[in-house]
Write a protein that binds this ligand. Structure first.
Ligand SMILES: [Zn+2]
Length: 101
């Protein structure tokens, strides 16, 4: 516990006054996902939901709360679905950016 606090302070000192920038935020997310991807390999895709639902969530489309809960809790324990979700989020970001420009 003490080690953790030390590390956090160290990180803060290295960062100047800047709070988490958008890039940092994304980097952090990527590191976290890489960790998850390594941790939960599921090559046989056991218990995976329909990829269409993952896509709907990534695209911020309406899904039933039941599906949302089921899929998000599954994704956090399934590397394959994390990759799918990442690809869809990337796709969503691109389409969103294009419509904004
Ligand atoms: Zn899965």
């Amino acid at each position: 516990m003490q080690e953790n606090g030390k590390e956090r302070r160290q990180m803060k000192e290295d960062k100047d006054d800047d709070f988490f920038s958008e890039e940092d935020d994304e980097l952090f997310g990527e590191h976290l996902l890489r960790f998850l991807v390594k941790k939960y390999p599921n090559p046989d895709r056991i218990g995976c939901p329909d990829t269409g639902i993952i896509r709907d969530i990534a695209f911020r489309r309406k899904v039933t709360p039941e599906n949302l809960g089921k899929v998000t809790s599954h994704i956090l324990k399934c590397s394959e679905c994390i990759w799918d979700a990442l690809a869809y989020v990337e796709e969503y970001r691109k389409t969103k950016k294009e419509s904004e420009e």
